[in-house]
Design a protein around this ligand. Sequence first.
Ligand code: NAG
Ligand code: NAG
Ligand code: NAG
Ligand code: NAG
Length: 499
Amino acid sequence: MMEKRISLITVLMSLILCKTFGHTQARHIVFIVADDLGWNDVGFHNPDMITPNIDKLARQGVILNSSYVQPVCSPSRHSWMTGIYPFKAGLQHGAILPQQAVCSPLSMQFFPERLQELGYSTHMIGKWHLGFCNTECTPTRRGFESYLGYYNGMEDFYNKTIINGVDYNDGLKAIPADDRYSTYAYADRAKEIIDNHNQTKQLFLYLPFQSVHIPIEVPKRFEDMYQHIANDDRRKYSGMVSAMDEAIGNVTQALTDKGMIDDTLFIFTADNGGWPGHGGNNYPLRGGKITIFEGGTRAAAFVSGSGIEKKGSTYEGLIHAVDWHPTILSAAGSSNDETINNIDGLDQWKAISTGAESARNEFVYNLDDSLDPVTGHAAIRVGDFKLISGYPGPYRDWYKPEQEIKGSIGVSAQPYDYSAIVYEDLSKSNGIWSGDGLYNLRDDPTEHNDLSKQFPDVVKKLRAKLDEYRKAYVKPNFPKNDDKSDPKYYDGHWAPGWC
Ligand SMILES: *[C@@H]1O[C@H](CO)[C@@H](O)[C@H](O)[C@H]1NC(C)=O
Ligand SMILES: *[C@@H]1O[C@H](CO)[C@@H](O)[C@H](O)[C@H]1NC(C)=O
Ligand SMILES: *[C@@H]1O[C@H](CO)[C@@H](O)[C@H](O)[C@H]1NC(C)=O
Ligand SMILES: *[C@@H]1O[C@H](CO)[C@@H](O)[C@H](O)[C@H]1NC(C)=O
C-alpha cells in the first residue's frame, strides 16, 4: 500500500514537473527518407500508387503540402543534419561523388549529436551521402550509435556495388555484400534495433532508404502489383515504392509489438523530387530532380504520431529541409537555445504539431554562382512569389507518369555525376538562360506563367534578397576525383582513410 502511494506521488510529481518545464513525454522519433521519390509517387497524392502503410500514417497525421528540399541528394541531407543551407557549406553544386575528398563540414553540428546529449539512443540505417573520406565524416562519428548502410549513392540494390567497389558497412566495418535486396535488409535491421531497444531511453531512428533511386531493381512480387503499367521503368519503379511501403509497415509493426508506437513521432520526406526518365514522377508539378522548379524541390512529406494534435489534416505552411534540425530537437524536448541563432533552420514543431502559422515566409532553393557564371543558377521564395534567376536545371517540362523522355538528358554523362548532366544540358542550350522567371505559387503552383515582365519590381526585390544571402556564400567544394579513394586499396570497398 505504502509503495503504491509513493509511486502515485512520483507519477503526480513528474506530471507537474513536466507541465512546469514544458517537457514533452518520452518520445521516440523515426525519421524516414525516401530517395528520389516523386511528388506523384505516394498514394496520398496519387491513387494509382499502392502505399497503404505510408498512406495510413500520413492520413492519421499531418500531410505537409509545402515542405521543400534541395534539388539533389547530398545537399538535402546536409540541410536537415546541420540546419544550414548548402550554399554556406560549399555543397550546393551537386551530390558528393565517390572519389571526391569532401564531406559535410565537420565544424557544423549534426542534430543526432544533440539528441545523444539529450539521452537518446540514436541509430541509422541506409544511405549516408555526406562524405566518408575521413573516419570523422562517417555516421558513428556524427551522432549515431550504430549504422548499417552505404556511404555513396546509386549502388546496386543486391550486390551493393558502385563503380568498382562494394559500399556496405556496419558501423566503421566494411561488410561483404549479402545479395539481399537492401529494402529487406534495412527493414530487418530496424526491427532488430526496435526489438532490442531498452525503453529507459528514447529511440531516434534515422531510416534513409535506398529506395527508390536508380538502378531500377525490385523483387518480382512488387513489380507484379502493377501489371497494368506498360512502361517498364515506371512499372518496376512503382514496385520499388511498394516494397519500401511494406518495409515501413514492418517497422510500424515492430514498434506496435514492442508497445512503443503510441510514443513514436514519424517524419517522412523525400530528399528531392522524382527523376524524370528514371521512373519517378512529380505530375502536375513542373520539372524534377536536379532542377529548381517545384517538381525537383517540393517533397512528398508528412508527420504523424506522438505529439501531433491536428491529426488528419493538411498543413500548407512553408517548411524547408533546414528546419528539420531544430524541429526534431524541439520535438525531443530541447529548448534549442544554443543552436537557434547560428543556423538557417527554424523550429517548426509548434507549427506542424498544432497547425499554427509557419515560422517561415522565405527560403533559398539553391544558390550556385559557379554552375553557370554567365546566367547564374539560383532561386528564392518569399511569400507567394518565387524567383528563378538564370538556369533552372535540366528538367523543365510537365511529365506524365508513363511518359518516355525522348533524347533523355544526361545519357552520355556518368550517371552518378549530376553536375556532368547539367553541363551537358548547358552546353546544348547556348546561354539562353540569362533571364529571370517569376511565379506566383499560390495562383500557379505548377509554374506555367512567368510573371517577370509583368512585375519587374517584385523581381528586383527578390534579386536584392538573394544578394543579401550571397553575403554568406561559400564557393562549391567540388574537387577532381582523388585516386587515393580507389577501392583497390581497401579490399574492394569504398572506405575512409584518404583525406
Ligand atoms: C552488380 O550488379 C550490377 C547490375 O545491377 C552489375 O552490372 C555488376 O556487374 C554487379 N557487380 C558485381 C561486382 O557483381
Ligand atoms: C515484412 O515482414 C514480413 C513478415 O516478416 C516479411 O515476410 C517481409 O519480407 C518483410 N518485408 C520487407 C520489405 O522487409
Ligand atoms: C535498461 O537500462 C536500465 C538503465 O540503464 C538498466 O537498469 C536495465 O537493466 C536495462 N534493461 C535491460 C533489459 O537491459
Ligand atoms: C496542396 O497544394 C496545392 C497547390 O499547390 C493545392 O492545389 C491543394 O489543394 C493543396 N492540398 C490540400 C489538401 O490542401
